[in-house]
Design a protein around this ligand. Structure first.
Ligand SMILES: Cc1cc2nc3c(=O)[nH]c(=O)nc-3n(C[C@H](O)[C@H](O)[C@H](O)COP(=O)(O)OP(=O)(O)OC[C@H]3O[C@@H](n4cnc5c(N)ncnc54)[C@H](O)[C@@H]3O)c2cc1C
Length: 416
């Protein structure tokens, strides 16, 4: 069923009883050409691009909970491509370009809002580092604008620009194409489009092990719904990547942490930019519903508890109020956390694993929502062809042996 204004009118005339489910809930088959573990954005996008780019439709996506219920449905929805190194700039800008056409491509409104992403500078040192950052972006062919104090004040009127401000704002830099996209819609849009191309999305199906041939190559997957045969398997499970790797018999240089976010009660439009303040440790945007969406740093101890500690919550709120004192009148409505997969150079791992036939997409840490279209595209490419796409080449596991790390800790904002 194609979504359109006309379909809405038809729906209204039929008292909205004519809508078909956005995706099926099939029973798993005994064998697939390719199985993907994890129905987050990356897994669903990979399944869609397998069918769309490579014509491979005998594909299953296995999800232990509900689709989009992991970090894809828990993040603060920020999209941007303001990274430092050419390898990352290419990767994240490819994702942003795909996002720019995604609503049309998927026939699903992902509510992309390129409202501008502004990084604040609170010290002379910050000013120097954002100048270097903006220059690096220009050299990578990505637009960036340095802003002086007055320009920042005009763009973000709610910011405390008074002389008494605890963290004075000296300037900033903006990526105009940065902004937000609706996180659930990205998962739902890819799920619906993949399903329409014949992909089976199987929810409530936990992967518990891998079957291997004598050669060590993967031959199937053990799941809570029984064994499924497949000789090509992709893993895209974010914070649980190390768990799946252990089940497959190898180790990953990934540490799992809780990352929190929170929203206030909704208010009228007061902030039309995404604002990040690395110096204080908070970032804020306003959702279409009117809530202030607030995020900050990691809970810096490894954890699989999807809660987050009170101390970090408190420091993120304090940081937000230091730059936006007027928000102190807002009530905090909800707080939650997701388990993120942090790699020590803050760059993803995209490609083959030591187990033949088993490929992985992980290590996005606190910033993989913005990369979903690219992460899916590249996982699909290596699963379909057995070869890395050139954009994925620098992001192999092998870099932890060769030492060719791509240290993007600074560009990950405040989170790492
Ligand atoms: C609070 C928070 C804020 C964030 N903010 C941003 C942001 O503003 N911008 C940004 O770019 N990124 C952000 N991120 C990071 C981003 O959300 C993630 O990098 C991205 O969503 C990862 O997508 P994914 O598809 O790899 O993982 P997920 O969406 O987590 O999907 C993985 C899926 O695998 C499933 N799974 C796990 N184990 C198994 C198993 N054994 N069997 C079957 N299924 C399994 C899980 O249930 C889950 O649904 C944030 C993350 C958090 C937690």
């Amino acid at each position: 069923m194609r979504y359109s204004a006309l379909a809405l009118v038809r729906g209204a005339l039929a008292a909205h009883r004519n809508w078909t489910p956005a995706w099926r809930s099939p029973e798993p088959k005994r064998a697939y050409d390719i199985v993907i573990v994890g129905a987050g954005g990356h897994g669903l996008a990979a399944a869609y691009y397998l069918a769309r780019n490579h014509g491979i439709r005998n594909v299953a996506v296995l999800e232990r909970g509900w689709l989009g219920g992991g970090n894809t449905g828990r993040n603060t929805t920020v999209v941007r491509s303001n990274y430092l190194y050419p390898e990352s700039a290419r990767l994240y800008d490819f994702a942003l370009k795909l996002y720019e056409g995604l609503s049309r491509e998927l026939n699903f409104n992902i509510m992309l809002s390129q409202r501008g992403h502004i990084m604040l500078a609170h010290s002379r040192h910050d000013l120097e580092s954002i100048a270097r950052w903006a220059n690096a972006m220009h050299m990578n062919g990505i637009q960036a604008e340095l802003l002086n104090r007055e320009q920042v004040g005009e763009l973000i009127p709610a910011l405390d620009m008074s002389p008494q401000a605890r963290y004075p704002v000296l300037g900033g830099f903006m990526q105009r194409r940065g902004g937000t996209a609706r996180h659930d819609a990205v998962a739902w849009g890819y799920a619906r489009a993949a399903d329409a191309l014949g992909v089976d999305i199987i929810q409530n199906c936990e992967v518990t092990g891998f079957a291997k041939a004598a050669s060590g190559a993967v031959t199937g997957i053990e799941t809570s719904l029984g064994r499924i045969q497949a000789t090509r398997v992709g893993i895209a499970v974010a914070g649980h990547s190390s768990v799946l790797a252990r089940l497959a018999g190898f180790q990953l240089p990934v540490t799992s942490y809780a990352l929190q976010a929170m929203v206030t009660e909704p208010v009228k439009p007061a902030l039309d930019k995404v604002v990040i303040s690395p110096g204080t440790g908070a970032y804020v945007s306003q959702s279409d519903k009117g809530e202030m969406v607030i995020g900050g740093g990691l809970d810096l101890f490894p954890s699989y508890a999807q809660r987050g500690s009170f101390a970090v919550l408190q420091s993120v709120v304090a940081a937000t109020l230091a730059i936006f004192p007027s928000f102190s009148r807002l009530r905090l409505m909800r707080q939650w956390a997701g388990i993120v997969d942090v790699v020590h150079d803050s760059s993803p791992i995209l490609g083959p694993t030591p187990v033949p036939g088993l490929y992985i997409n992980c290590g996005w840490g606190t910033g993989g929502f913005k990369a979903i279209p690219a992460g899916g595209w590249l996982l699909a490419h290596v699963l379909a062809t057995g070869r890395n796409h050139e954009l994925a080449e620098p992001f192999q596991l092998e870099r932890f042996v060769s030492g060719r790390l791509i240290d993007e800790a600074a560009a990950s904002g405040i989170a790492h």
